[in-house]
Design a protein around this ligand. Structure first.
Ligand code: ADP
Length: 346
């Protein structure tokens, strides 16, 4: 290991935090040892009696035998030596034990912060990558057009229409990012919300897409209220229904039902679409995640933000969202939300 590598190792946040912890432990241990040593040494010194008490009847001229004083002072010195050695041993022990403990504590405390920072930097790099694609398309189109000596009206219109399309993609991406940030930061306030009303509103929003693909939505949601926020919940249902339509064959059916499960209502949205592979399933609620089939199919444009937004909203409402799926058979999304106290019957 060369000096640069050594420097890098000692300059990590974990090492710096561990060193701070160790410094505090050692300052306390050494400080305590000094005070303890000084007090004990004073006490040992006080054990040696004054000359008057050392005089024995047989001593000449009432002077103590110097051998007695020497012996007592030697014993006190020995006592101080033993104390010093033990305190040094204790401090070496504290250094080794404290070093290990400080490292462990620093790792434990920094791990969640490092994970959050890693997620943040992955998010920024994913977002930049997604922003680059439409921007590069606009730039390339403009450069190619500018190089042409002459431009017909039809060609100009084609360029403008292409750039408008890319600008719309950018807008939808920035809307998605803003939406996600808002859900994660502000949160939603939960109150009793009628599930059938939410469904009606969501279905009305996705109906044109469903009709265009000849897909029917079979909605059988009972009259029930959940603890949620109306518009964000509509948004979640729209995201899932939109996906169900996007990834379903023409003429298929999407079924929406709900049932009571303990203190929760479970909303089921079941499609007969492409399904999601086992490898993709654990990741589809992650930001910017798109299954390979969706990524390779350019018609199904999306940024992999919809389900991340849905997940953030449902989490804010103290609910859960999950999915089971089989390739070629379809997907089954389940949203569980707390039942509102003012309950209509199920
Ligand atoms: P996107 O905007 O790309 O659809 P989402 O976050 O809404 O992003 O979905 C993430 C991925 O999950 C999609 O790219 C798609 O591969 C997969 N997915 C979501 N819903 C379904 C569904 N109903 N059927 C099949 N695949 C789905």
């Amino acid at each position: 290991m060369n000096t640069t590598e050594l420097k890098r190792l000692f300059n990590t946040p974990t090492t710096r935090l561990a060193a701070t912890y160790l410094l505090i432990i050692m300052a306390m241990s050494i400080g305590f040892s000094i005070v303890f040593y000084k007090t004990s040494a004073q006490q040992l010194h006080r054990q040696v009696p004054p000359d008057a008490l050392l005089v024995r009847p047989q001593d000449d001229q009432h002077k103590p035998d110097p051998a007695i004083r020497q012996f007592l002072e030697l014993r006190a010195e020995e006592g101080r030596d033993v104390l010093r050695t033990r305190l040094i041993a204790i401090n070496i022990g504290a250094l080794l034990l404290g070093g290990g403990l400080s490292w462990w504590l620093a790792r434990r405390n920094l791990r969640p912060i490092e994970a959050a920072m890693e997620a943040q930097s992955r998010f920024v790099s994913d977002a930049s990558h997604e922003l680059r694609t439409p921007l590069t398309a606009i730039q390339t189109m403009n450069e190619v057009t500018l190089r042409k000596p002459r431009l017909s009206l039809a060609e100009a219109k084609e360029v403008i229409s292409h750039n408008t399309e890319e600008a719309l993609k950018l807008k939808s991406l920035s809307d998605g990012l803003l939406n996600l940030a808002r859900q994660e930061e502000i949160g939603v306030s939960a109150r009793p919300v009628s599930l059938p009303d939410v469904m009606t509103e969501a279905i009305n929003q996705v109906l044109p897409n469903a009709v265009a693909k000849g897909i029917s939505i079979d909605e059988q949601v009972p009259k029930v209220s959940v603890l949620a926020s109306h518009f964000p919940l509509v948004q979640v249902v729209v995201i899932i229904l939109d996906n169900a339509i996007k990834y379903s064959r023409k003429g298929s059916t999407i079924v929406v039902t709900a049932e009571r499960h303990g203190r929760y209502i479970r909303l089921h949205i079941i499609d007969q679409g492409d399904g999601i592979s086992e490898a993709d399933l654990p990741h589809i609620f992650e930001r910017f995640y798109r299954a390979d089939s969706a990524r390779s199919n350019s018609q199904r444009d999306g940024y992999g933000l919809g389900l991340a937004i849905a997940h953030a909203i449902i989490r804010q409402m103290h609910g859960t969202i999950g999915v089971t799926s089989k390739i070629g058979k379809g997907s089954h999304f389940v949203i569980a939300l707390p039942i509102a106290k003012t309950q209509d019957s199920l």
